[in-house]
Structure formats: C-alpha cells, structure tokens
Design a protein around this ligand. Structure first.
Ligand code: AMP
Length: 356
C-alpha cells in the first residue's frame, strides 16, 4: 500500500479519550477523522471532522463507514470480531489486524499466546465452574486473582482471592467464564509501547513505570527504575508480538517486574495506551501521531524522550482541581471533555516534564 496522502479520512472505532487524542494527532498531519461510536456526544466526536453514531453490529452502517474512510483503526480492543469482519467484507483496510484484537479480548487466549511466543506469564487456568476454580486454587494456591476472560478493564471484573476461604462462591460472584491467575509479588509494574510500520520497521518508546490504585492506572514515571536487560527483554517481547501478527500500528504490553529483574506479562493492548500519554509533550513523536503514521503507511517518527516524566491520571473528581492544575506552570493539563465525573472514570491527565 502506498502512503495515504493528507486529506484522506481515517476511521476510528470508538469515541473515548484515546480516539480523541488520535483524532487530534491525525488532524495535525492533515487527515480528517471519522469516528464510529455507539455513544452520542462522545469525547472523540467533539474533535473529529465527522462522526457516525451506530451499533457496532449494524452491518449496513459499518459498510457506509467503510466507504467513507481509507483505513479503519480502533481505540479500544473490545470491538466485536464480527464488526472487524463486516468492515473487511465491505472493503475496508483494518489496522491493526483483527487477529491481534481477538487475542487481546480474551485473557486466557492472550496468556496462552504469550507462552507460545516465549513470553512469561503468571500461572493461570481457565475457569468455567466452581469446581474448576477449586481445582485451580488447589494447584496455583492463594493469593490469586480471579478475572473474567472477556470485557474486563481497569481492574473491573476481578476478585482477589487472598485465602482459600475467599474462593467459596467466587465463581458465582464473577458471573462469567474466567481465568485464575497466581498473584505475582512484583517489585514494580512497567509497560512498553512500540509501533510497527507498514514496511516492517519497529520503534520502541522508553519503558513506562506504572502505579495503579484500585486496579486503575494512577501514575506513570520515566525513566523506569529497571536494568538494561529488563529493557531488552521488554523490547524482545514486543517485537515478537508485532512480527507474529504482521502488526501495523501501536501496541502496548504491560509487565510485572520481579525482584530478579525478569518480566512477567500481564496483558497487551493492541492500541495506544494510558501509560504513553506523556509522549504528547515528552517524546519527539507522540504515541498518537505514531499510530496514525503507521496505519497511514507513513514512516515512523523518532521516539526519543526529551525529559524525565511524571504523568498523573485525573480520575473522577480529581478533574475538579482543573483551576489549580491550569495555574501550575509545571503541569501540562489534558481534559477529555466527559460530561460527568463518575467515580473511577478517567477524566483527564497531567504531564510534568523534568528538564535536566
Ligand atoms: P489488569 O486489569 O489485569 O491489568 O489488572 C489491574 C492491576 O491489578 C494490575 O496492573 C496489577 O496491579 C494488579 N494485578 C493484576 N493481575 C495480577 C497478578 N496476577 N498478580 C499481581 N497483581 C496483579
């Protein structure tokens, strides 16, 4: 495929903050964006040239969307496989590949895939009954975490099993097919964001060090406090996944760093990621621009980090502090334009650059 010229239209499935920041980056390169979302008045649609509001399973609406855009990408991984297929059937080019989206939608498939690609995972078992859970707990032991296989994010759909007694009735509470994972006594959490271009070139960003609160990312700092071999291992894992899927676009893998510096993969996201928001101000090419460059068939941009970084998520009512944050010369403020600040909802973020 030759590079899409400026003036082409990029289709984005999903209307959240990632779509919003992708749309802003696309506009900067001279593209128009058409958002397809099931949410009226979404954060992304308010900065995009066009929006189609429809159901992700409405084939006629998807075919119409496919006709209006030159490439389709997604800002969230839980796009039904049927949606991606309907778009391909309607002639759309979809990047990243639906196979990568499908793997990332199911925690069991994802962890099985990691093992097949020589990427370490916590011990895990598929759970579809209380009997499965009891057997898995007997094998893996406590503490452990029971998660839904599908549709979990930001710590939702998870039950911590601290002692064997916590396993009683836990399958019913989960209410859906699950996966039991051994608890990793990690030293820190990191993520790697990498991108692969249409020509197969790969670019890595520096590792993000991430802190979570209640299962939601709260703070990312760079440089991550890890050794060179850990960085090399993360890059190798990302390269394996990108090449195995003939992937085009940005990809994120989250890891636990164990006390000996080895990495255990938690999950992957076939998209830009919250832990990479700092790249808007702190890298020569933001993760959003990088993704747009990749899917448009443009050369990847340089990923060099220009400062030490602290990125803080504004969750729920945190965003009410916008007057103080706006007045803080050390904080670059981003607000996502969400209408109501529900608890646990990502409303914005601030990035602090420490220039040395
Ligand atoms: P997840 O939704 O799977 O990304 O989990 C959210 C957060 O819960 C992770 O970032 C970790 O802080 C914690 N967590 C999830 N799985 C495990 C595990 N197997 N061992 C230890 N902590 C975990």
């Amino acid at each position: 495929m030759s590079a899409l010229p400026p003036g082409s239209t990029i289709g984005i499935l999903g209307g959240g903050q990632l779509g919003r920041m992708l749309a802003i980056a696309a506009a900067q390169l001279g593209f128009d964006v058409c958002i397809f979302t099931d949410e009226p008045d979404s954060p992304a649609s308010r900065v995009a040239a066009k929006t189609m509001v429809g159901n992700y399973l409405d084939h006629a609406a998807l075919a119409d969307f496919a006709r209006r855009v030159q490439v389709v990408t997604t800002e969230f991984e839980n796009i039904p496989a049927e949606t991606a297929q309907a778009l391909i059937d309607a002639g759309a080019r979809v990047a990243p590949t639906p196979a990568a989206l499908a793997i990332a939608q199911d925690r069991f498939d994802e962890k099985s895939y990691f093992l097949s690609a020589a990427i370490q995972t916590p011990p895990f078992k598929a759970i579809s009954s209380q009997d499965d859970l009891d057997a898995a707990i007997a094998e893996i032991g406590a503490p452990a975490i029971l998660k839904t296989r599908r549709l979990g994010y930001d710590g939702r759909g998870q039950i911590r099993i601290k002692t064997l007694a916590d396993a009683q009735g836990a399958y019913e509470k989960l209410g859906a097919p699950g996966i039991l994972e051994g608890f990793c006594a990690f030293e820190r959490e990191v993520s790697i964001i990498a991108a692969r271009g249409i020509d197969g070139s790969i670019a890595f960003y520096d590792l993000n060090e991430n802190e979570h609160s209640g299962g939601i990312l709260s703070r990312t700092t760079l440089p991550a406090q890890v050794s060179e071999p850990t960085i090399v291992e993360a890059q190798k894992a990302a390269r394996n996944v990108l090449e195995a899927f003939d992937y085009v676009g940005a990809l994120t893998i989250e890891f636990f760093v164990m006390p000996d510096g080895s990495l255990i993969a938690n999950e992957m996201a076939p998209r830009v990621h919250n832990s990479g928001h700092w790249t808007i101000e702190g890298a020569l090419t933001s993760q959003f621009e990088q993704h747009i460059r990749a899917i448009a068939g443009w050369p990847l941009g340089p990923t060099t980090r220009t400062a030490n970084i602290e990125m803080l998520n504004l969750i729920g009512e945190d965003a009410n502090a916008w007057p103080q944050l706006a007045a803080d010369p050390t904080a670059r403020l981003h607000l996502y334009g969400k209408r109501d600040a529900r608890a646990g909802r990502k409303m914005g973020h601030v990035t602090k650059l420490k220039l040395s």
